[in-house]
Design a protein around this ligand. Structure first.
Ligand code: EPU
Length: 310
């Protein structure tokens, strides 16, 4: 899908007719409202389908018109350029997609559920295995697509199966073993939409789970910034952590406009207020160039970039 949307108003009306009344649809929606970095211009159309049927209809509508679409989670690993997104941004934030259900030692969570909510619900039910999700500011859909991780663990360590939808709107369930997964990447989910997943946990006393989550939480507050950011900017190279590398090169606090490399952790870029996507992207390129020039290491971004320049 790579055509642009020539008449967003008409297409928005067409989409509205395809989905249920509970779906939320907005035009010219500022993406800065939907990214944790708080930057990004407007999406032509922003839509929250109420259920899988709506999602399938939206995909069909986009396909028939050759319109771009983008699946948005909680925008925590995302930079939308200042000119915004030409096409349809689809966000699975409705209650139907955000459901979390416990079944014995399994947790079924929708793509729109917050990672933190899954960790908290697991703890409440004395289930261990997803504690590390507690501090990651994303959705389960994002966690699956990115194979998000923290504290020595990653999402797919606990995944038993994933429910996906292809771009033709057909849903199915896949076993963990059917999906190729690597560090911070699930390639299958670059061409399929994650609708939710089943996590296999193990029973443990609640206090032990709580203690572990508290340790993770404290470590995070000690080592990571509280200001708006997109989490870690770069994947860790195999030889050294990106944060440590940036720190060793004295690049913390490097600033372009309102974008600054965090003093707390070298792999975080924070918005001091008033940053633009242009500031953010220039700062990322500056870091990559300096790290390459001084250490010969190529940094690969963890953050996805979409949209048009201003
Ligand atoms: N360090 C420095 N200076 C810094 C940052 C880190 O010297 O500015 C040192 C630390 O002192 C520590 C080592 O580097 O000795 C590793 O640091 P940390 O424990 O923070 O881990 P990391 O490899 O930098 C990874 C994940 C984070 C996750 C943390 C905590 C990646 C790219 N990052 O960071 O994930 O929260 O571990 O488990 O894998 C993310 O992916 O968005 C993310 C934030």
């Amino acid at each position: 899908m790579n055509a642009t949307l020539e008449n967003p108003a008409t297409f928005a009306d067409e989409l509205a007719a395809l989905v249920s009344p509970a779906a939320i649809l907005k035009r010219a929606e500022p993406m800065a409202k939907h990214t944790t970095l708080r930057v990004g211009g407007p999406a032509d159309v922003y839509i929250e389908p109420a259920n899988e049927k709506d999602l399938s209809a939206i995909l069909k509508g986009c396909r028939e018109r050759g319109v771009n679409f983008f699946i948005l989670g909680r925008g925590s690993n995302l930079v939308v350029r200042d000119g915004g997104f030409r096409g349809v941004v689809i966000c699975l934030a409705s209650p139907e997609f955000a459901r979390i259900e416990i079944d014995g030692t399994r947790i079924r969570a929708g793509a729109g559920a917050k990672q933190k909510s899954v960790a908290v619900e697991a703890k409440r039910n004395g289930l261990s295995g997803v504690e590390f999700l507690e501090g990651i500011p994303g959705s389960i859909g994002g966690a699956l697509r990115m194979n998000a991780g923290a504290m020595g663990s990653e999402t797919f360590n606990a995944v038993e199966s994933v429910r996906v939808m292809d771009y033709f709107g057909v849903a199915r369930e896949l076993k963990r073993s059917e999906m190729a997964v690597e560090y911070r990447c699930c390639a299958f989910l670059k061409s399929h939409i994650a609708l939710g997943a089943v996590f296999q946990c193990s029973p443990q006393p609640r206090e032990e789970i709580e203690k572990r989550m508290k340790i993770y939480n404290e470590k995070r507050w000690r080592s990571q910034p509280a200001a708006p950011s997109a989490g870690c900017l770069f994947k860790n190279p195999s030889t050294i952590g990106a944060g440590r590398l940036i720190d060793e090169l004295g690049l913390k606090n490097t600033k372009i406009g309102g974008a600054r490399i965090s003093q707390e952790h070298g792999n975080f870029l924070v918005n001091d207020g008033g940053a633009t996507a242009k500031d953010v992207l220039e700062l990322i390129e500056l870091l990559r160039a300096k790290v390459m020039a001084e250490r010969g290491v190529e940094l690969h971004s963890e953050v996805e970039v979409i949209g048009e320049p201003a």
